[in-house]
Write a protein that binds this ligand. Structure first.
Ligand SMILES: [Zn+2]
Length: 490
């Protein structure tokens, strides 16, 4: 018997994004609307139900008819710049107040968190939220959260959490399962399990192909966690990788093992995994190519080459307005067919004014990021349209097809290219503003995907970002450092 309160505070902060995140950037929901989740469907999802963590948690919790699910408060956005202090304080206080209003009859709390938030002054927003909830609900009420794997679970968060589940896949496809696992942990605790969290931290910022679950070394660690979760006395096991674009003091990677009353197992497994993780730190860095090296590769490849502009990945909180790869291609003598995405609302306005078929000369790039100087491009307007409310324009400048959207997040939508007549398979170089994509998006048919070393808020060239708040020493900013992981218990 009793009520389970459900709430969500979800954003991935990129502190190197030139624009801050304000309250209006969040979608805020209250009450039982929160139970519908935060998921925005894309074509890659297929026909099934929405697949976010809240959906998974709600499904599992509803299997217990004696429990009443109570939606309280949800504030969501994707990735963006540093959260203003004012925005963070407003959402945090609204969140805690909404939960406090529903305090009567509560037996547990499930939270849908990302784990990579940072505000201007509060560098541990999720920790502050959990502390605020503990002030209202006391130390005994079970609180369990699910997380992305790109983020920081701080010691303050661990102090206030009874359990945590972390995504097991990268690229991420197991949101729903991660919410379901968190709900399962909460149910186990309600049924009498005594959660003990064993954890070990490593001072590591990691990126690159070795993080891909299916093929990379990180996948071997994840598979060990999944095996642990099959044990009866293990409630959850996972790895919080950290998120290099979030410039916060506890930045790094962390193993989290939640057992049912088995502190020895929790700490020994956390320590062993952290030691293995630390040993692999050099391999878990991104292999980088210059634009010129990428072009040379494309010239001798026997199929399309994907250029990942991870530095300007809107999924990692960059603005999406980098023209660095475009500039490199235009400077080169490369004549192959190129498809390149860019966020540029003024250029779309100019294209709409001129109309399809017209030739225009417009400055491109840098609209939300003064790292980049706009470059003048003369191009033909091939197509004008809209994706939802977001204006789209397709320009053609000689061999380069430039796919313009007025908003950043939409550039992650692989399927928009086909919908606007630009099948990526018909190009020799496809630029994507993402670090990685699911296998079937490009890797299945492209000759190779490489990451281009250009500037940007989400650059996988980690030392180039310019951290100020991370605790030093940390790898790879301090490449020669030594470190021995230690287990901690909560
Ligand atoms: Zn992530």
């Amino acid at each position: 018997m009793g009520n389970i309160l459900i709430g969500s505070f979800f954003q991935e902060t990129n502190d190197f994004h030139p624009n801050p995140t304000v309250y209006e950037d969040f979608t805020v929901k209250r009450g039982d609307e929160v139970l519908d989740g935060r998921h925005r469907r894309t074509r890659g999802d297929g026909d099934g139900p929405p697949r976010d963590s809240i959906a998974g948690a709600v499904r599992v919790l509803r299997s217990r008819p004696e429990l009443e699910l109570v939606g309280t408060y949800g504030a969501w956005m994707g990735a963006g710049g540093t959260i203003t202090q004012e925005c963070f304080e407003r959402i945090c206080s609204e969140f805690v107040a909404a939960m406090a209003d529903a305090k009567e009859g509560v037996t547990g709390i499930y939270l849908d968190l990302h784990g990579a938030m940072a505000a201007e002054e509060e560098k541990d927003p999720e920790g502050a939220l959990l502390e605020g909830l503990r002030d209202v609900f006391g130390p005994e009420l079970p609180i369990v959260a699910s997380f992305d794997m790109h983020g920081t679970i701080t010691r303050r968060m661990l102090t206030h959490l009874d359990g945590a589940t972390i995504l097991h896949t990268y690229p991420h496809i197991d949101w729903e399962d991660t919410g379901a696992r968190a709900a399962g942990v909460l149910l186990r605790i309600l049924d009498g399990a005594r959660p003990v969290i064993g954890t070990a931290y490593t001072p590591t910022m990691v990126r690159g192909d070795e993080l891909k679950t299916a093929t990379g070394v990180h996948g071997t660690f994840i598979r060990h966690c999944v095996r642990l979760e099959e044990r009866d006395d293990v409630l959850a096991a996972g790895i919080m990788l950290g998120h290099p674009p979030t410039d916060c003091p506890e930045q790094g990677s962390r193993i989290i093992i939640v057992t049912d009353g088995n502190p020895d197992l929790a700490s020994s497994e956390a320590l062993e995994l952290a030691s293995d993780f630390w040993a692999m730190r050099k391999r878990m860095q991104c292999a980088l190519y210059s634009v010129e090296e990428g072009i040379a590769l494309a010239e001798r490849a026997d199929g399309p080459i994907v250029f990942a502009d991870a530095a300007d990945a809107t999924s990692s909180g960059a603005p999406g307005t980098s023209n660095a790869i475009l500039a490199g291609l235009m400077k080169s003598s490369y004549r192959g067919k190129v498809l390149l995405p860019l966020r540029d609302a003024p250029a779309i306005d100019a294209a709409r004014e001129a109309g399809v078929g017209a030739t225009i000369t417009v400055p491109l790039g840098g609209t939300h990021d003064d790292r980049f100087t706009p470059i003048e491009v003369t191009a033909t307007v091939e197509l004008l349209g809209k994706r939802g409310d977001v204006p789209i324009a397709v320009l053609r400048a000689d061999n380069i097809t430039i796919f313009l959207a007025s908003e950043g997040p939409i550039l992650c939508d692989r399927w928009m290219y086909d919908d606007f007549g630009q099948n990526p398979k018909g190009f020799d170089i496809i630029v994507q503003k993402l670090p990685h994509t699911p296998y079937e998006h490009y890797d299945e048919w492209a000759a190779k995907t490489i990451t281009i070393d250009v500037p940007g808020a989400a650059s996988p060239n980690i030392p180039s970002l310019g951290h100020r708040h991370v605790t030093r020493p940390i790898y790879p900013l301090d490449p020669d450092m030594t470190f021995a992981p230690q287990a901690e218990l909560y």
